[in-house]
Design a protein around this ligand. Sequence first.
Ligand code: NAP
Length: 259
Amino acid sequence: MDLGIAGRRALVCAASKGLGRGCAEALAAAGVELVINARGEAALAETAAAIAAAHEVAVTPVAADITDAEGRARVLAAAGAVDILVTNAGGPPPGVWTDWGREDFLLAIEANMLTPIALMQALVPGMMARGWGRVVNITSQAVKAPMAQLGLSNTARTGLTGFVAGTSRQVAPHGVTINNLLPGIHATLRADALDGAVARAANISLEEARARRAATIPVRRYGTPAEFGAACAFLCSVHAGFIVGQNLSLDGGAFVATL
Ligand code: NAP
């Protein structure tokens, strides 16, 4: 399927690895010019070069912490007038609800709620003025089904989801769609970190922790960044203009509900 977005320009945040990289790869494959971001300069430069070579599109890397106002300003300056925004950042640490104090909540809310909101507030007005735009926020399955050990994520991402629910309906008349992608477990470094914590707590190997988690998923495996990226690229396509304010679970059937 031709996604109809060749020649468009996108900012994909937190994209040197994992799900963000999956989204960047899929958009580049559709002919989209990219600005990509992550904190670690070397991995980001490597990813940018690999994507540019594979898909023959311009890829500009900007090494910065997207959750920090100064870093975000540098990313936005390099991005300029983008047509597509994919928001993403690292997830908060796991723990128990009694572990977290005010500072922990503020950090999580800054990273996983206020940062995507700030990015949308900076870039969506330009999309509206030009009459076309796509925003995809990478959130989490924790928004639909809270995960006990990820209380910081449950809290911050639900706030973002509420913002998107209201805002997406206000910008849609101007040709801009905002939707959220909710990853279930995907084979990335983040999954390794979460499985590592489970393995240590249960005194089992990392492989055993992975196998136990995979057994709870109807498809019996982890998702891949490529599958995730393909869904993101579709939501950014010309074909997705009637999809507004939705929360799409990519979880192999893990969330059990009729609707
Ligand atoms: P990942 O494999 O660890 O990759 C994270 C990427 O984000 C890296 O490129 C990292 O590069 C970059 N990054 C992290 N913090 C950043 C920051 N403050 N500023 C800029 N770039 C940053 O993680 P992932 O699995 O792709 O997860 C992406 C998001 O989805 C996270 O919020 C995660 O919690 C959420 N999620 C993931 C899963 C899963 O199963 N994988 C499930 C549910 C939700 P640097 O470290 O160099 O900055």
